[in-house]
Design a protein. Structure first.
Length: 279
């Protein structure tokens, strides 16, 4: 286990050893690195090394933790002034890619940790995820991200996006095809191209965005005069008077009976008239 120095001078010496270890592990890998190479690079004696670290694996684990603290600090500091969660994501990713370009050893050393010190690897990712989850929890409670977003799943997905995009465009740069030689440690890392960054952020914003409210149901129809002024809802149609019922139609039998009755009453009417009496 590493020992924390008690003086400012001790802090500077310890930081010098960590910086040398970062360079040596990134250049030759853990297995080919040695305490001798680290102390020679740092310009200190081996006895001084053992004042702060117990072994090669001890300084390796401390280096992973140190890189983790530094990259998280860069991301938190960059996103602290953001007023929305999506703005914080943009600022955090910019800071991560910038840190990776300035410290390409981050990728190389973290990748080695998978085989050298799995505990350090899990600790590195878990600490980044914890910070993500805290921010996403608050954003979901505030309605800034979708209520169906699982903060833990989203945190791991976002971290994966940042790591792979950074590996492709920052660490590898233009050398991404299968036969390309891996870049050396001292090769200046590239930056994420602007269009790649914007595409990445658009993807993240769509994934995290809160659902839009459903449009209101359509209102009642409105009538419009020739000038185009809406006059509000059209009144319901006024009830119209029902047409009079048609006269009932008589059956053919009833019509014949009526004619026969009129014919029978006609002679009686003529006989009783004054003219008929005179004749």
């Amino acid at each position: 286990m590493s020992t924390q120095p008690r003086t400012a001078r001790g802090n500077r010496t310890r930081a010098k050893i960590l910086a040398a270890a970062e360079q040596v592990f990134a250049e030759v890998g853990y297995h080919d690195a040695s305490i001798v190479k680290i102390t020679e690079s740092a310009g200190v004696g081996q006895g001084t090394f053992y004042l702060y670290f117990e072994s090669k694996i001890d300084v390796f684990d401390e280096l992973v933790d140190d890189l983790n603290r530094r990259v998280r600090h860069a991301m938190i500091e960059a996103s602290s002034q953001a007023t929305t969660r999506l703005a914080a994501e943009r600022a955090g990713f910019e800071a991560f890619f910038r840190f990776t370009a300035e410290h390409p050893a981050l990728y190389r050393i973290v990748r080695q940790a998978e085989f050298v010190s799995p505990g350090a690897l899990r600790r590195h990712y878990a600490r980044i995820v914890e910070g993500y989850m805290t921010g996403l929890d608050k954003a979901r409670a505030n309605g800034e991200v979708g209520h169906d977003v699982d903060p833990e799943v989203a945190a791991w997905a976002l971290m994966g996006i940042g790591e792979i995009v950074g590996m492709r465009w920052v660490l590898w740069g233009g050398r991404w095809d299968e036969g390309a030689e891996p870049p050396s440690y001292d090769t200046a890392a590239a930056e994420v191209p602007p269009h790649v960054f914007e595409q990445t952020m658009q993807f993240i914003e769509r994934a995290l965005a809160a659902p839009r409210p459903a449009p209101p149901p359509p209102g009642p129809a409105t009538s419009t005069d020739p000038a185009g002024d809406a006059r509000g809802p059209s009144p319901p149609p006024s009830p119209q008077a029902s047409p009079p019922d048609p006269a009932p139609r008589r059956s053919p039998g009833a019509a014949r009976s009526s004619r026969a009755a009129r014919a029978a009453s006609a002679p009686r009417a003529r006989a009783s008239s004054p003219r008929a009496a005179r004749t």
